[in-house]
Design a protein around this ligand. Sequence first.
Ligand SMILES: [Zn+2]
Ligand SMILES: [Zn+2]
Length: 130
Amino acid sequence: MKFKNRVVRLRKKYPFMRITEIAAELGATKQRVWAVLNRRGLDTNPPRLKPVLYCVVCGIAILNKQKKRPLCSKECSAKHRYIKLSCDYCTSTIYRLKSEVRRAHELKYQHAFCNNQCYNKYRKEQYIGN
Ligand SMILES: [Zn+2]
Ligand SMILES: [Zn+2]
């Protein structure tokens, strides 16, 4: 992609991104970025909204008042925290906290179940199978 198109794309995606940030992102000088934006009539000096961060899930600009992890909405924060799995017994979709999944992985626990009933049924079948 051409340099100017990359600049334009970043400006459109991140309306509050500073010229210095765009330059850093593209590995170019501030002057070059400024020239591209100026020629196209795009914002060279966006309003300084502080502190602006970008949602780690969908990438939209958000104000980060609480200095938490940048997430724009409840949906995005749920997506960020949870991981989609399927029950090893009944195969229905279940959502698990990523932290839990990571811990389970560390414990080499490879199965996921929607509840204890599925877990017990699964265990039973395993034993009968043996
Ligand atoms: Zn989001
Ligand atoms: Zn299940």
